[in-house]
Ligand binder design. Structure first.
Ligand SMILES: [Zn+2]
Length: 455
């Protein structure tokens, strides 16, 4: 990593700072991965260890992905899971995921992260909740370190199998005592709470239909004792709501209120069916939401009332969700879908391109509990990406290059800088061998499918 970095001369630099400034001809200067100055050429130092000319490019803060299951990139477009809703989709896939190995998790995480980084994402959370055959969260952490992505690794869990009224097969659930011990081990080994941290641990039971009340409570206790954030799935679709009423005799809102799963240190994925009481509760407590429009459409879960969430002041970020219910991990495409999908419910001015971009950057940072990423300003992390506006997709859209990023066919980045380190240059990811990763990934996906077919 160069000690000092100067990126200059952008067509437009989108800061997402307090005034939401967009600077024509803008650039930034960073030292040791931290932004020192943002502005036009005259406002920046004239030289640095590394100087990058961004003429013809739009620069934005690196996007923040708040919900993913990266291992699922091994099971994209699985024929029998193509056309089901959440519960049928899950029960089709659990038996395949039961064959995952540590090597598969590492490779699938590299694939998913490469895809995210190339799309303009620089920080991601990943919710790994299935641990068969010796799989550990360490396997995804290894991948994040290899590829150079800022990472919030969520220690997921499932402890209530079919025989106890849960959804997953018994052979993929874990003992609750072990889950808690493993979480403590991970916190001690990896969690870095410092500003500009590249790695934080998150505690994240999979969902109300896969763990016990006790595990939810114990997890929240352990997270809060260590200053960690909490994450799970909530109120995803109608069957999820029906399960909650039938099994617990309460709505998802009542469930999280009773278990203390609300607050600025908690974010829930989806919330497509969050009720009025839930919206009020989340707004009052600052509880965050990961909105995943592609997955919600793919599984026909519904349209989350994001315009309402935002109007009430609820922190909302975007998530591509697992690659088995989106089958794509493109952050810019996800932001575009978020913008388009709100319009279906609330009309053509429901969400602007800039609002979608704000959710993908600042919104995601806030949801993950960070104030050092998501904007380009002094004392923020040097996480930024640039798109080449000479691409065919943007031809005719340069009246408003920033809006073009969202309205036109989503493109990959020309440049990505994460923590001051150039990870993508001239459109090429430099930290891993992409072709070899994809080949290994495909062989592993075939092996997983073969194992499941033999069961
Ligand atoms: Zn999910």
């Amino acid at each position: 990593m160069p000690a000092t970095l100067l990126a200059k001369n952008a067509l437009v630099l989108v800061t997402m700072d307090g005034e939401r400034r967009e600077i024509p001809g803008g650039g930034l200067y960073a030292e040791d991965g931290r932004i020192v100055a943002v502005g036009r050429a005259g406002e920046l130092p004239a030289s640095a260890d590394e100087v990058i000319d961004l003429a013809g490019h739009v620069v934005i803060p690196g996007m923040v992905n708040t919900h993913h299951h990266m291992v699922q990139s091994l099971t994209r477009a699985v024929p029998r899971a193509q056309d089901g809703e959440l519960f049928t989709w899950l029960t089709s896939l659990y038996p395949i995921w039961a064959g995952l190995t540590p090597q598969m998790v590492e490779t699938a995480t590299l694939t998913a992260m490469a895809e995210l980084i190339l799309s303009g994402c620089t920080t991601s959370s990943d919710h790994l909740y299935i641990y068969p055959n010796g799989v550990r969260l360490d396997d995804s952490i290894r991948a994040a370190r290899r590829i150079g992505m800022r990472f919030h690794a969520a220690r997921g869990s499932m402890s209530v199998g079919e025989s106890k009224g849960g959804l997953p097969p018994d052979r993929v659930v874990e003992d609750e005592g072990f889950i808690m011990e493993d979480a403590e081990r991970l916190i001690a080994a990896y969690h870095d709470p410092a500003r500009f941290s590249m790695l934080r641990i998150v505690l994240a039971p999979c969902s109300p239909f896969t763990v016990s009340h006790d595990l939810m409570r114990e997890t929240a206790r352990l997270a809060r004792a260590n200053g960690l954030t909490l994450h799970t799935h909530l109120a995803e679709n109608d069957s999820d709501i029906a399960f909650s009423h039938k099994t617990f005799g309460m709505s998802p809102t009542e469930y999280v209120r009773e278990l203390g799963w609300v607050g600025r240190d908690v974010w829930h994925a989806h919330c497509v069916k969050l009720d009025e009481a839930g919206i009020v509760l989340f707004a009052r407590t600052g509880t965050g939401i990961a909105h995943c429009p592609c997955s919600n459409m793919r599984l026909a879960s519904g349209i989350a009332p994001v315009k309402r969430f935002r109007a009430e002041g609820i922190p909302v970020g975007l998530g591509v969700d697992g690659s088995a219910s989106n089958d794509s991990g493109h952050m810019l495409a996800e932001a575009r879908q978020a913008m388009l999908l709100q319009r279906v419910t609330y009309g053509p001015d429901a969400m602007s391109a800039r609002t979608a971009l704000e959710m993908a950057t600042l919104g995601g940072a806030r949801v993950l509990g960070r104030d050092d990423i998501g904007a380009l300003a002094p004392d923020m992390a040097a996480d930024f990406v640039a798109y080449d506006m000479s691409a065919l997709a943007y031809a005719g859209a340069l009246h408003d290059p920033v809006a073009a990023l969202l309205f036109c066919q989503p493109q990959d980045v020309a440049l990505s800088v994460i923590n001051g380190r150039v990870v993508v240059r001239e459109g090429k990811l430099g930290t891993i061998d992409l072709a070899a990763t994809a080949a290994r990934h495909n062989a592993m996906a075939a092996e997983l499918a073969r194992l499941a077919a033999a069961c």
